[in-house]
Design a protein around this ligand. Structure first.
Ligand code: PMP
Length: 428
C-alpha cells in the first residue's frame, strides 16, 4: 500500500498541530510510522487520502455501530443544519432524545447532554461529590474516563500507550483524592474503602474495560462493587462511554443486571457527533443546577446537529430488535476465525470478548487487569498492526485498545479479515 499523501499531510500537520494530531490515540507513536489520513468512509470501510480501502475496526473508537455515513443519521444532520446550527436555547429535539434514552436505559429518570465523554465523567464525579458530600473517588488502573484531572491517574488508552498514565499538570491535591484499585479485584477495592471510611463519594468503572484492550468483568465483580457501595453509602458510576447502546439497548447495566447510580455516555449517543451525557434517578439528578447547587453547563450542550444525529442513531438501535444479537454473532465469528489461525500459526495469545467488543493480546495468560494487559508482547503487536494495515484492515494503533464491530461488516469482510490475520501471522 502507498501512504505518500498521508505522510505529506502528516508532515504539514506536525508544523501546526502538536504531534500532528488533535487526540494522541490517533498518532502512530506506539507502533511507529505516520498516521493514515482519512478522506471519507462508508459502511464498514475507510478510504484514505492515497486511495486505499481499509476495513475499519476502530469505528471512531466506538460510535459507528451502524457503519459510516449511515443514511438516516446523515440526512437528519443535513436537514437540521439548514435550520441553524446552535441557539443556546432549549429545543424540542433535546426532550425527544432524552425521552428515548430514558426509555432504553434502566435505572435513570433524567439525563443531561454534554459534548464529550470526558465532560460526562467529569460532571458525574462532581455530582457524586456534591450529592454525597465526600471528596475521594475510586478508579481502576487501566480504565480511561477522559482527560479531566481526576482521571489521569494510571489512566488507560493513549495515556498508557505513550507511557504517561499519570500526567504532569495534575496537582498533588487532585491526585490524592483519586484512589487506585485493581480491576476485577474486589478485595483490593474493599481494602481501599476500609482505609478511607466515610470519605469515598463514588467508584467509577468501565463495566467492560475497553481501554486496556477489552477486559470483561469477572463473574460477581460488578455485583461485589454494588454491594460494597450499598454498604458504605458510595455511589456506583458506570462509565458506559463504550458499552452504552453497544452491548445492549440498556448497556452494561442491562447485560449484567447491575444497577448503577450514575451512568455516563459518550460518542455513541451522538451518532458520531461530539456528544456525551450523564444520567441518574431524580434524587441524584435534581442536585444539578439549575434545580440544585451542583454546577454544570455548556454553550453547545444539546446542540441541534448532535441531537439530530443522536436521535436518528438511537431510534435505529431501539427499533432493531436483533441488532445487538447480530453484532455479538459477528464478533463471535471473528473471534473463532482469528483464534483458529492464531493456534495454527503457534502464536501465543489471549482473546477477550464481550458483545461487539474484542481484543487480541499477544500473551498466553488470562488478561484480567492492567498488569496482565501490559504483559502483552508489544513488538509482536507492532508487526501485527502494520501487517494488517498492509492487508487493508485498520485496527487501533495500540495494544491497549479494543476492536469495535459494526453492523455494516459483512461475513465476507470478516472472512477477509481472518485471511489477513493468517497472512500476517506467517510473517511474524
Ligand atoms: N470514557 C471511556 C470509557 C472512553 O473510552 C472515553 C474515550 N475513549 C472517554 C470516557 C472519554 O471520551 P471523550 O474522548 O469523548 O472525551
Amino acid at each position: 500500500m502507498i501512504y505518500k499523501r498521508s505522510s505529506a499531510l502528516f508532515a504539514e500537520a506536525e508544523k501546526v498541530i502538536p504531534g500532528g494530531v488533535n487526540s494522541p490515540v490517533r498518532a502512530f507513536k506506539g507502533v511507529g510510522g505516520t498516521p493514515i489520513f482519512v478522506k471519507e468512509a462508508k459502511g464498514a470501510y475507510l478510504y484514505d487520502e492515497d486511495g486505499n480501502r481499509l476495513i475499519d475496526y476502530i469505528n471512531s473508537w466506538g460510535p459507528m455501530i451502524l457503519g459510516h455515513a449511515y443514511a438516516p443519521v446523515v440526512n437528519a444532520v443535513v436537514e437540521k443544519a439548514k435550520k441553524g446550527t446552535s441557539f443556546g436555547m432549549p429545543t424540542e429535539i433535546e426532550t425527544q432524545i432524552a425521552e428515548l434514552a430514558v426509555s432504553m436505559v434502566p435505572n435513570i429518570d433524567k439525563i443531561r447532554f454534554v459534548n464529550s465523554g470526558t465532560e460526562a465523567c467529569m460532571s458525574a464525579v462532581r455530582l457524586a461529590r456534591g450529592y454525597t458530600g465526600k471528596d475521594k473517588i475510586i478508579k481502576f488502573a487501566g480504565c480511561y474516563h477522559g482527560h479531566s484531572d481526576s482521571f489521569l491517574i494510571q489512566a488507560g488508552s493513549g495515556a498508557s500507550t505513550f507511557g504517561t498514565p499519570n500526567s504532569p499538570g495534575v496537582t498533588k491535591g487532585t491526585a490524592k483524592d483519586t484512589l487506585l484499585a485493581r480491576y476485577n479485584d474486589i478485595e483490593n477495592v474493599k481494602g481501599l474503602i476500609d482505609a478511607n471510611k466515610n470519605e469515598i463519594a463514588c467508584i467509577i468503572i468501565e463495566p467492560v474495560a475497553g481501554n486496556m484492550g477489552c477486559i470483561p468483568p469477572k463473574d460477581g465483580f460488578l455485583k461485589g462493587l454494588r454491594d460494597l457501595c450499598d454498604a458504605n453509602d458510595i455511589l456506583l458510576v458506570f462509565d458506559e462511554v463504550m458499552t452504552g447502546f453497544r452491548l445492549a439497548k440498556g448497556g452494561a447495566q442491562q447485560l449484567f443486571n447491575i444497577h448503577a447510580d450514575i451512568v455516563c455516555f459518550g460518542k455513541v449517543i451522538g451518532g458520531g457527533l461530539p456528544v456525551g451525557a450523564f444520567a441518574a434517578k431524580n434524587e441524584i439528578m435534581n442536585h444539578l443546577a439549575p434545580l440544585g447547587p451542583v454546577y454544570q453547563a455548556g454553550t453547545l450542550s444539546g446542540n441541534p446537529l448532535a441531537m439530530a444525529a443522536g436521535l436518528a442513531m438511537l431510534t435505529e438501535l431501539n427499533n432493531d430488535a436483533e441488532i445487538f444479537n447480530r453484532l455479538a454473532k459477528k464478533t463471535e465469528y471473528l473471534h473463532q476465525g482469528v483464534s483458529k489461525v492464531l493456534i495454527e500459526n503457534n502464536i501465543t495469545h489471549t482473546i477477550n470478548r464481550t458483545g461487539s467488543m474484542i481484543s487480541v493480546h499477544f500473551d498466553e495468560g488470562h488478561v484480567v487487569d492492567f498488569e496482565t494487559a501490559a504483559k502483552g508482547n508489544n513488538d509482536t503487536f507492532k508487526k501485527f498492526f502494520h501487517g494488517m494495515l498492509h492487508e487493508g484492515v485498520y485496527i487501533a494503533p495500540s495494544a491497549f485498545e479494543t476492536w469495535f464491530i459494526t453492523d455494516a461488516l459483512s461475513y465476507e469482510d470478516l472472512d477477509f479479515t481472518i485471511a489477513a490475520v493468517n497472512t500476517v501471522l506467517k510473517t511474524l
